[in-house]
Ligand binder design. Structure first.
Ligand SMILES: NC(=O)c1ccc[n+]([C@@H]2O[C@H](COP(=O)([O-])OP(=O)(O)OC[C@H]3O[C@@H](n4cnc5c(N)ncnc54)[C@H](O)[C@@H]3O)[C@@H](O)[C@H]2O)c1
Length: 351
């Protein structure tokens, strides 16, 4: 890949996601990994040894000062986002990646986007799934007119609104060509999911209408419909779009299919949750960061403002559910923080 400059990246958090981010940034051929930080020294050394990273830190602020990275990937649990982003901005980092979910409540998410915008820093949320080939094909078919005029969207995923839900809501919006959201109605189980780090409602059902006229249904939660023969519940993640001329479907770890109006299967693409396919999607996120660092006019597809749309849908699901199925109109008004009813609840704190 031709390029004029490699940028410096550093990671905070050397768990499974931190490892994946470093591997993908190196694979993108746009970044050198110059620093890693974790309070767990064993994890820190394991990741740094695997990639020959010399800069090893238990204090990420020291890493910022010594390594001066262009991009920092914050791969911490969701309740640990705001302070590292503030510190990275103060240290002069130009691009900050945070894992999904982007925050623990809507106020915090809006604050992260505003803070980075005010400082002229690129904020990226790791919605890398939409870069995988099956979802790219889905988007190309829907936005490219291969199924005629899209009218119906059906989505389901395992994992609550904060775990796989933000990916699902992000991908569905992206596949439709990122239309404005008009309204949402939802119901949610009044039980905090057993994932202690992602304390959302265990199950949620939502109806959404977009400005292009498409209406979508979402089943998001641990009791969502299983995908037959799937290797793991995390692969229960699928989107189907029907249009006037055919339909398309994508399933995580399975692939993409398109049928014509008569029901004939006319296009297929296999995809797997592995280095080849997921790794490529993750690397694309870094390629786009490098493009944005070189050209400030380049809009990163997974920039903070874009992630705020799917996070707004998460918040709207919680507002609607708490309001007994109240219709929520968009754009969302700031300030209610219905999601915090779950994330900051006593039940969540006890887990
Ligand atoms: N995008 C995806 O497909 C995807 C998939 C799985 C998980 N995730 C998200 O990734 C995030 C992290 O997941 P994980 O499995 O790697 O988490 P993890 O808890 O296994 O790892 C986090 C690491 O951060 C370290 N840490 C905590 N506080 C720190 C601090 N102040 N300074 C430095 N290090 C610190 C911990 O010691 C730990 O090693 C979660 O938000 C999760 O939702 C995303």
């Amino acid at each position: 890949m031709a390029m004029d400059k490699r940028f410096k990246m550093a990671v905070i958090g050397c768990g499974p996601r931190g490892k994946d981010h470093v591997k993908a940034a190196i694979r993108s051929e746009q970044f050198d990994a110059v620093g890693a930080a974790d309070i767990d020294v064993k994890r820190l050394n394991e990741l740094a040894d695997a990639h020959g990273i010399k800069g090893r830190y238990t204090d990420y602020k020291e890493m910022f000062a010594k390594e001066q990275p262009d991009a920092v990937h914050v791969c911490l649990q969701p309740f640990l986002r705001v302070q590292p982003v503030k510190d990275a901005i103060a240290a002069g980092v130009k691009a900050i990646v945070v894992e999904k979910p982007m925050a623990f409540d809507f106020t915090e998410a809006s604050k992260l986007v505003a803070m980075c915008k005010d400082a002229g820093v690129l904020l990226v949320v790791n919605h890398q799934k939409r870069n995988m080939i099956e979802w790219v094909k889905l988007r190309e078919a829907v936005t490219g007119g291969k199924i005629g005029k899209p009218e119906m969207l059906r989505c389901s995923c395992f994992g609550n609104v904060l775990s796989q839900g933000t990916h699902m809501l992000d991908m569905a919006w992206n596949i439709l060509g990122e239309p404005e959201v008009k309204w949402l109605v939802a119901g949610a189980e009044n039980t905090v999911s057993e994932t202690p780090t992602h304390p959302g409602p265990r199950n949620a059902l939502a109806l959404v209408e977009y400005a292009n006229g498409v209406r979508g249904s979402f089943a998001i939660g641990n009791d969502s419909p299983p995908i037959p023969n799937s290797q793991a519940c995390w692969f229960w993640c699928n989107i189907e779009v029907r249009g006037t001329e055919g339909k398309v479907e994508a399933i995580l770890d399975e692939g993409y299919k398109r049928w014509d109006k008569e029901g004939n299967l006319v296009e297929t693409q296999v995809s797997r949750w592995n280095d080849e396919f997921q790794g490529a999607g993750q690397a694309k996120l870094s390629v786009d960061i490098a493009s944005a660092l070189r050209d400030p006019a380049f809009k990163h597809p997974q920039r903070g403002e874009s992630a705020l749309v799917s996070f707004g849908l998460v918040e709207a699901i919680c507002r609607s559910a708490l309001g007994g199925g109240k219709r929520i109109e968009f754009p969302l008004k700031p300030g209610e923080d219905a999601l915090a009813t779950w994330t900051r609840s006593e039940a969540a704190k006890k887990k």
